[in-house]
Design a protein around this ligand. Structure first.
Ligand code: FES
Length: 101
């Protein structure tokens, strides 16, 4: 099972998740990384769920058009939209306190 490390508020939260897990869906049912993951629409429209991938990015599919539209050049800095990712491998993510406009 994939192990997820999630950095937020200067802390690291860690748990195992099932294969093919969407972290926003999990947070929506109050499971890790709830309550620390910020998100809103769950549909790739708001970018509130943006996270920097610190490790494991090589296992993720290429960003989809929603991520490209929402993240722009932040893609080059390693950001992805958590709501658009289905996790099947270990991953380490960090979510900023606030997203720069
Ligand atoms: S929750 Fe809105 S873009 Fe991911």
């Amino acid at each position: 099972m994939p192990r997820v490390l999630f950095h937020k508020h200067g802390q690291v939260f860690e748990d195992e998740v099932k294969d093919n897990t969407n972290l926003v869906v999990r947070a929506g049912i109050k499971q890790f990384p709830y309550p620390n993951l910020r998100y809103e629409c769950g549909m790739g429209k708001c970018s509130k769920c943006a996270c920097r991938v610190l490790a494991g990015a090589e296992h993720l599919p290429a960003p989809n058009w929603k991520e490209k539209k929402q993240l722009g050049e932040r893609l080059d800095q390693g950001y992805r939209l958590a709501c658009q990712l289905w996790i099947s491998h270990d991953i380490e993510l960090a979510q900023d306190e606030e997203i720069a406009a």
